[in-house]
Design a protein around this ligand. Structure first.
Ligand code: OMP
Length: 226
């Protein structure tokens, strides 16, 4: 993350808090962990918020392409939350001069009409998975499996928030983070608009008591960047 990326992350955290998408309290994550905060991307629920969210993804992706060697030929949004997301980001990328094909999946198999579980452009080339959050990495692995089953190669993942938590394998917490697993073991490039470290920095600079303790679920040192 360079200065521009860090500034984008700070702006994004501020936007997510102001939109009520990032909340503080007591939450249970999908992996069954207790968390003092939760990011609910479903609450980017009007045209202006979705448009602004798409701008963060698109700006971040183009920056990552320029500075970190991210490569992608198309974008894929996993059902359900990834569907409006991938459409909005495709529109914004095109507006910024990068018109790319996009696709998404349906969760229910269809036995008539267009058939298959994928909708949109043919899934091929360097596919970028566009999702909301990585916690333990389960959702990302499901998306990777969907793309592989379609005969394509998942190449990268873009998310709004990397919670920097430990990966879960076969129901067990493991020593490395979910993002480490996706990058090192699966070989995908992961881009996050913001990470837990950015949220902590935002709270520290806003003079808020550190409401978030990164330690319990943290799979990587908070100084580690990917
Ligand atoms: P993993 O599959 O464990 O990586 O968790 C990612 C998913 O958890 C997201 O796609 C959401 O469904 C959900 N989630 C959030 O949306 N926001 C959070 O802050 C935390 C979670 C979560 O349950 O871990």
């Amino acid at each position: 993350q360079n200065d521009e990326g860090r500034a984008l992350a700070q702006e994004f955290v501020q936007f997510a808090i102001a939109s009520g998408v990032l909340r503080f309290g007591e939450f249970k994550t999908k992996a069954g962990r207790m968390s003092p905060y939760f990011f609910n991307a479903g609450l980017f629920d009007d045209g202006a918020k979705l448009g602004r969210l798409a701008q963060f993804y698109a700006r971040g992706l183009l920056l990552e392409e320029k500075t970190s060697g991210l490569q992608f030929d198309m974008i894929f949004g996993p059902a359900y939350k990834g569907i409006p997301l991938v459409a909005a980001v495709a529109v914004e990328l095109a507006r910024l001069g990068r018109n790319l094909p996009f696709a998404y999946n349906r969760k229910e198999a269809k036995d008539h009409g267009e058939g298959g579980s994928l909708v949109g452009a043919p899934v091929k080339g360097r596919v970028l998975i566009l999702d909301d959050v990585i916690s333990a990495g389960t959702a990302t692995r499901e998306s990777i499996a969907i793309i592989r089953a379609a005969g394509a190669t998942p190449h990268a993942v873009a998310i709004a928030l990397d919670r920097q938590e430990k990966a879960v394998e076969n129901g067990q917490d493991v020593a490395y983070s979910a993002v480490q697993f996706v990058t090192r073991e699966l070989g995908l490039h992961v881009f996050a608009i913001a990470r837990l470290t950015d949220l902590l920095q935002y709270l520290a600079e806003a003079g808020k008591a550190p409401a978030v303790d990164a330690e319990p679920n943290s799979g990587d040192s908070l100084q580690t960047h990917y």
